[in-house]
Design a protein around this ligand. Structure first.
Ligand code: HEM
Length: 221
């Protein structure tokens, strides 16, 4: 008869190691995953219960757009967090946060294209050509698509150094997203400008780190 002891030894070593890798970070990932879905559930809830106001399409467009931008900036905050805390833990959430940002961008775009423009290609093209904020939104979306597609471990391995160069395009996508918000905001520009300031700070930190590391390397011993 198989005992608990024999059952443990029957499990291959590699599998046992994998099972023991379920750490507090794994639990935190589950929590972050659920948290990432909460805004989508809240948006659906508001629409279903009539709390979305007289124009639910506008409500969904605005909520998903803001969520996408916030998550994009949160994703960009994770690298500076790694430097400050001298820990790789924040980096382990980068892919999930990035993919959630992409998820909300897609919901945002589909709300606009399907619900607002009813997939009318002429109307869509007309809007793209007439409104610069739509062009900026498209630029951001088009950059994010290859980044999401290549976010897997296998693509990371396959692309090697090129993966890093490709994923640096997230900075351009973030700049285009902030410009999209600044250009569409009529009247009060405070909120889009706060996002612009946060992005400038996040990009500034990277530039500062790049140059400070370079000068450290050049310093004579
Ligand atoms: C093809 C791509 C996109 C299209 C067609 C699009 C379209 C729109 C439209 C029609 C609005 C509402 C404009 C209004 O109120 O007059 C909007 C708002 C917004 N979009 Fe986009 N968008 C795109 C991409 C993006 C991306 C990539 C982001 C961010 C990552 C983003 C973030 C926002 C934000 C933050 C708002 C404002 C929300 C608010 O007013 O509170 N959009 N977008």
């Amino acid at each position: 008869m198989e005992t608990a002891a024999t059952a443990t030894t029957a499990v291959p070593k590699s599998k046992r190691r994998k099972a023991s890798r379920w750490t507090w970070v794994s639990w935190l990932k589950v929590v972050v995953f659920i948290l990432g879905l909460v805004p989508a559930a809240a948006i659906v809830g508001s629409v279903v219960t009539g709390k979305a106001g007289p124009n639910p399409i506008e409500f969904i467009t605005h909520s998903t757009g803001e969520m996408a931008l916030r998550l994009m900036l949160l994703g960009l905050l994770l690298s500076p967090m790694r430097w400050w805390f001298k820990s790789t833990v924040p980096i382990r959430f980068r892919r999930m946060v990035g993919l959630f940002a992409f998820f909300y961008v897609m919901l945002h775009f589909l709300t606009y294209a399907v619900l607002d423009q009813q997939l009318d290609i002429d109307a869509l093209l007309d809007d793209v050509l007439k409104r610069e904020y739509i062009i900026a939104g498209f630029v951001s979306l088009l950059i994010l698509i290859p980044l999401a597609v290549t976010s897997t471990q296998s693509m990371m391995k396959r692309l090697g150094k090129r993966w890093v160069s490709l994923h640096r395009w997230v900075y351009v996508a973030a700049i285009a997203a902030v410009l999209h918000y600044i250009w569409l905001a009529k009247g009060d520009q405070l909120e889009p400008l706060i996002y612009a300031a946060v992005l400038a700070l996040l990009l500034g930190l990277r530039i500062w780190r790049h140059f400070s590391r370079k000068t450290k390397r050049v310093k004579p011993a």
